[in-house]
Design a protein around this ligand. Structure first.
Ligand SMILES: [Zn+2]
Length: 457
């Protein structure tokens, strides 16, 4: 918690009212006041100075004052679906076909060879990468490979919980073990119960891969009820329109009264279904109070591998899910592993990819995409302290953009991350505003306005 007070002016808060500028005051690691400023001219933005000097906060007495010059502050991104333990494993685990099936097979074969420290270091690196781009909270699925033996499964669990403890002051992480499909045994339940005692949060899995998906789903819901845990499942990550396990997930959600506690991710097959079946499926999801997560980068990469000519996008029906009122988040999924060779843990990049994949680029759509990276996943994760309001923790990320349109067009590289009133990360690349001013200055032999500042900021 920061020992000094914060005072931010000319702040844009697009989740509140993008048209206004705000003045924010914080103390003791929390926001004390958040007020719209009187109407006035927006200041010309120059090269913004970090409130850091040689890595230490730059104080003006007891208060750190910063003029954001119209730049935006978000309460932080929330990544609702990652695989921190698998991230950066690509150098050791390849995937020649680029299919989901080969990725699952190859990772499963390799996982017994990963040491606890190796898994810890991958989780640490990927969580800190996400943090550096402004993510404050993560839900990570965890490999839980009981088919390779209990010790192998628990090694990943221990590594994950150790890193969570190590990073608890800078980022929040939830862990959902992926129950191995088709392994409905007392041994599986015992290992899961041990995981809950150690600190795992909910139940994950990919029952659409099981030879008996409905039996697996029934079992998962029975366990969720018995242990009082939320459910977050990989669902129908397939190009086959006949793969429709989400309908059964919806039925079980209603039967167990778990509305609002169940999330279905991927839903690629929904795009392959005919309009009528897709519509019925989406209505069943909405009626059951399901939340959903789209993973556009990974599914653009993995799906459509059997197609020739017009290759399908593989992402779910983003617009139809939104129109049905289903809380839909966009998330990272895999980073530089056999499932996805790209990605860097930057949800803003994922938002731009969601815009391409889902034809979401109109002004209203981009504001929806922003919510899919922030307030919607915050609700899915059950974060009660999310937002920028008096009394809430002074967490956030400052982005070098003055409108939501600009944010997704530029995907600005610089992010300043605020945690409990303390600047815990700041990338220093700043864009020079109004670059058209550069040419005349350069012709006169003078220093282009702002350039030196931006290089040294
Ligand atoms: Zn996943």
């Amino acid at each position: 918690m920061a020992p000094w007070n914060l005072h931010l002016v000319n702040v844009r808060l697009p989740l509140l009212d993008e048209s206004k500028l705000y003045e924010l005051k914080g103390a003791g690691g929390r926001w004390m006041s958040v007020k719209p400023q009187p109407e006035g001219t927006v200041p010309a933005a120059g090269a913004l100075k970090l409130p850091l000097l040689n890595g230490k906060p730059h104080h003006d007495g007891e208060t750190v004052r910063l003029d954001l010059e119209g730049r935006m502050l978000l309460p932080g991104f929330v990544d609702a679906h990652m695989h921190l333990d698998k991230a950066y494993s690509l150098a050791k685990v390849g995937n020649r076909s680029g299919t989901l099936e080969e990725a699952v097979r190859n990772y499963g074969a390799a996982v017994p060879g990963f040491s606890r420290e190796e898994i810890r270091s991958r989780i640490r690196r990927s969580a800190l990468a996400a943090l550096s781009y402004g993510t404050r909270s993560i839900r990570s699925h965890l490999d839980f490979n009981l088919k390779a033996g209990r010790e192998v499964a628990m090694r990943t669990v221990h590594a994950a919980l150790e890193v969570r403890e190590e990073l608890k002051n800078v980022i929040d992480i939830q862990f959902f073990p992926m129950l191995p499909y088709g392994l409905r045994s007392p041994g599986t339940e015992e290992a899961l119960a041990e995981g809950f005692r150690l600190g795992l949060d909910g139940i994950g899995g990919a029952p659409h891969l099981s030879p008996e998906p409905e039996a697996d789903i029934d079992w998962i819901f029975a366990l969720a009820e018995k242990y009082g845990r939320p459910v977050d499942l990989h669902a129908d990550e397939s190009d086959d329109p006949g793969v429709r396990t989400v309908a059964h997930i919806a039925r079980r959600t209603v039967a167990y009264g778990m509305q609002g506690k169940v999330t279905a991710d991927h839903l690629c097959a929904l795009s392959a279904m005919d309009e009528k079946t897709a519509g019925e499926t989406i209505r069943a999801m909405a009626d059951a109070g399901l939340s959903a997560v789209t993973l556009p980068a990974v599914n653009l990469y993995l799906q459509g591998r059997g197609d020739r000519g017009l290759v399908r996008r593989g992402t779910t029906r983003i617009r139809e899910l939104l129109e049905a009122g289903i809380p839909l988040a966009a998330a990272s999924d895999n980073i530089q592993d056999p499932f996805h060779p790209f990605g860097r843990g930057d949800l803003l990049q994922i938002g731009q990819i969601a815009g391409y994949a889902g034809h979401l680029g109109a002004p209203g759509d981009l504001r929806t995409v922003l919510r899919m990276l922030t307030s919607v996943p915050a609700a899915i994760l059950g974060l009660e302290d999310y937002g920028t309001a008096p009394g809430l923790p002074a967490h956030g990320v400052v982005l070098d953009a003055r409108s939501v349109d600009e944010l997704f067009a530029e995907v600005p590289p610089s992010r300043w991350v605020l945690r409990q009133g303390e600047w815990i990360h700041a990338s220093v690349q700043l864009r020079v505003w109004d670059t058209l001013q550069l040419a005349p200055a350069a012709q006169e032999g003078g220093r282009p306005a702002g350039v030196a500042d931006s290089e040294t900021a």
